[in-house]
Design a protein around this ligand. Structure first.
Ligand SMILES: Cc1cc2nc3c(=O)[nH]c(=O)nc-3n(C[C@H](O)[C@H](O)[C@H](O)COP(=O)(O)OP(=O)(O)OC[C@H]3O[C@@H](n4cnc5c(N)ncnc54)[C@H](O)[C@@H]3O)c2cc1C
Length: 419
């Protein structure tokens, strides 16, 4: 299953499998944004870092996602203030903005070519949600002094989209979007330049001890600290954290390049876009004017056999004018969600760290997690701990029974989208 992203990488990269005994300060398991950003930030602080990846760099969600780089956290500020009070909510807001800046900074510093563009629009798919968006704009302005958000009422929607599917929108000029795999490969290149050693096709099968000995089928790494950066692909590697996340599959298509006229209808401001559905639709134009549209998910192991057809029906609900447009690529990926949609950071033991469960907001947050873990390992724990202290809950039913309950819940909310 080839994605548009893997077909348009700036350069192909490959790394050898781990077939020896290595010693490092830090071993990172998983080569997505969490793993490679951690590796890069730690190597820049002088640590010897080894990354061990089961498949290839970008095999996981980081090489397959929508490329939206949203501001704030996955939960909105009003929710965060209600749950945690203004002080914590405000600190989380600042971290969310810094996360977007961190993505931008990495792109600039390492000269990563990844079609970086600006702005995101969030659409109300029901009339009753218009007021929520309008209130959010005022709330962000009044409580946080944020002047980058604008409410777009229904009568002005034609300025931002040619579609009758929506009732109002929030335009966030501070958000960004990009080619997610080229961003990640740029980070991998920067990490190797900083001295990080990467191994591919090397699944970690066990680890134990202090220092921790991390084993793959053919080799091992002995390290003072280990970072689990496996997100939705972790399976049963670390039982202590397993029940806190749920892997779900989400699907994306890329059309053929659109004519200038169609591209201007689809995205007049060339921002990323998403809607208020529980199973969210999200989309943007690529660097070569294809519509990259994500929609639909499933909660079992396999992907639909016809991903292009599966996603196309969601795309046509928004853009019926694309009925004759060819779909060139369709692919899927697995992300990890948490019960309260806040990320899950912490330590499984004093020298084994984990960051995962970004719940669909991982492009900025997973990248930023790498900066926070570098601070934490060098002794400045405050900001890592702010994230680690957010309440998290296990999915009811443990790792076996979480599935049926979760699937029933997700299907219920997905069904509500339709009525
Ligand atoms: C279809 C889709 C669309 C999305 N769209 C967006 C979006 O537009 N914006 C946004 O912010 N977020 C989005 N997300 C979420 C975002 O992509 C993720 O949150 C983010 O990429 C997580 O990065 P990560 O490095 O933690 O995990 P991943 O990128 O999934 O990387 C984990 C890696 O760990 C490796 N691994 C697992 N187990 C082992 C092991 N035992 N040994 C060695 N390696 C192992 C895997 O092979 C994998 O490469 C989307 C996700 C999907 C799937």
């Amino acid at each position: 299953m080839s994605s548009y992203y893997s077909a348009t990488t700036n350069k192909s990269m490959s790394f050898p499998p781990l077939e020896s005994s290595e010693i490092a300060d830090i071993c990172v398991v998983g080569a997505g944004y969490t793993g490679l950003s951690s590796a890069l930030h730690l190597a820049e602080r002088g640590y010897k870092v080894v990354v061990v990846e089961a498949e290839t760099v970008g095999f996981g969600a980081s090489g397959r996602n929508g490329g939206h780089v949203g501001t704030g956290q996955r939960q909105d500020q009003q929710y965060l203030e209600t749950k945690f009070g203004h002080e914590v909510a405000s600190a989380l807001w600042d971290l969310g903005l810094e996360a977007v800046d961190t993505v931008k900074h990495l792109i600039q510093k390492h000269k990563i070519k990844c079609d970086l563009k600006h702005g995101n629009i969030h659409f109300a798919h029901r009339a009753k949600y218009q007021r929520d968006l309008e209130e959010e704009v005022s709330f962000l302005h009044d409580r946080y002094g944020f002047d980058q958000a604008e409410y777009v009422p229904k009568e002005r929607l034609s300025e931002v989209i040619e579609s009758t599917a929506y009732h109002g929108a929030l335009l966030d000029r501070a958000a960004k979007h990009l080619h997610p795999l080229n961003f990640l490969l740029g980070m991998a290149q920067a990490a190797t330049r900083a001295g990080v050693i990467i191994y591919e096709h090397s699944r970690v099968i066990s680890y134990a001890g202090t220092p921790v000995v991390i084993k793959t089928a053919q080799g091992q790494v002995t390290a003072s600290e280990m970072i689990l950066a496996c997100n939705g692909y972790i399976e049963k590697l670390e039982p202590k954290i397993n029940g806190y996340i749920m892997p779900i599959n989400n699907f994306v298509l890329a059309t053929e390049p659109l004519s200038d006229d169609l591209a201007a209808q689809v995205a007049p401001l060339d921002t990323s876009m998403a809607d208020s559905r529980f199973v969210i639709n999200y989309w943007k134009l690529s660097g070569d004017n294809r519509l990259i549209f994500g929609g639909g998910e499933n909660y079992r192991r396999g992907f639909p056999s016809d991903i292009k057809g599966f996603v196309r029906k969601y795309m046509l609900q928004v853009y019926p004018q694309l009925a004759d447009t060819k779909i060139d690529y369709g692919w899927g990926g697995t992300l990890a969600i948490t019960l309260n949609r806040l990320p899950h950071f912490g330590r499984a033991q004093h020298n084994i760290w984990y960051m995962h469960g970004y719940s669909g907001h991982g492009v900025p947050t997973a990248t930023f997690a790498g900066k926070l873990i570098a601070e934490a390992i060098t002794g400045k724990l405050e900001r890592f701990d702010l994230m680690a202290n957010l309440p998290t809950h296990k999915f009811p039913g443990g790792t076996v029974l979480r599935w049926p309950g979760m699937v029933a819940g997700m299907l219920y909310y997905a069904l509500r989208d339709r009525f």
